[in-house]
Design a protein around this ligand. Structure first.
Ligand SMILES: [Fe+2]
Length: 251
């Protein structure tokens, strides 16, 4: 079985047995995929008691948890885990059964071919990104707080790796080509430019990741495309599905 859901932001209450009773029938050979903003690797270092408790609770679930990265992940830490091969693609194993599906990979999961590509531009940074070693940090922060302007702090709550590198995008193209540009599912955090225009009505600015995903949308055959980021549950069209708290079965 494969289930899929949207952004968690380190709140995994939806996986409590009262909210997700299907897990009673699941084993570690069954999967729940999170479409980014997992948030389970967030603290400054790996010693935090709360974070370890959350990750251990996921590890102790009867199913395997998989996630693509969103924009709200601690990329310094996420990328410090060793890269391993798993089911045909590259992963970081946070726990034996809590696994980060890296960008531009094609996995075979429960018989389904799945292309993954995490990352997105943060939309909650109109106040800017503060540098913690800026001598004016405190003053700038006070001003932003006073004006209720959303801001984030580099390496503490924002990471430039929220957007992909050229290498990651090329790896994605190459892996898709090696699979004849045909997969069953695409799982991302962000979505294609035209899809974003449909859901946002022009509210969201396009970036190079939206354009890259648009290229994939045009060139790759897929049955369904699942994504998160926009905090809503919505079938954008017959193939593209925006997920938030809902958990749906896809295999
Ligand atoms: Fe989010």
């Amino acid at each position: 079985m494969i289930y899929i859901t949207g952004d968690c932001h380190r709140d995994f209450i939806r996986f409590d047995v009262e909210n997700f009773s299907e897990q009673k029938e699941m084993t570690k050979e069954d999967f729940v995929i999170i479409c980014g903003d997992f948030g389970g690797v967030w603290d400054k270092d790996a010693s935090g008691a709360k974070e370890n408790k959350l990750l251990d609770e996921l590890e102790n679930k009867p199913f395997t948890t998989l996630f693509v990265d969103g924009n709200h992940e601690n990329f310094d830490r996420l990328y410090s885990y060793p890269v391993e091969k798993w089911n045909g693609g590259n992963v970081h194993k946070i726990r034996p059964s809590v696994i980060h599906l890296m960008r531009g990979q094609v996995f075979i999961i429960d018989g389904k071919k799945i292309f993954t590509f995490g990352g997105a531009s943060s939309h909650d940074i109109s106040g800017g990104i503060l540098e913690p070693d800026d001598p004016d940090f405190q003053e700038k922060r006070r001003e932003l707080n006073k004006g209720f302007k959303p801001y984030r702090i580099n390496h503490l709550s924002w990471w430039k790796q929220e957007l992909p590198t050229v290498t990651e995008m090329q790896e994605g193209r190459a892996n898709l080509q090696a699979n004849g540009n045909k997969v069953d599912f695409i799982v991302t955090h962000c979505c294609a430019a035209s899809t974003q225009a449909l859901i946002g009505g022009g509210l969201f600015q396009q970036d190079y990741l939206n354009h890259y995903l648009e290229e994939i949308r045009r060139e790759v055959q897929f049955k369904k495309w699942f994504f998160g980021h926009y905090h809503d549950n919505r079938n954008v069209n017959a193939e593209e599905i925006l997920l938030y708290e809902q958990i749906i079965r896809i295999g």
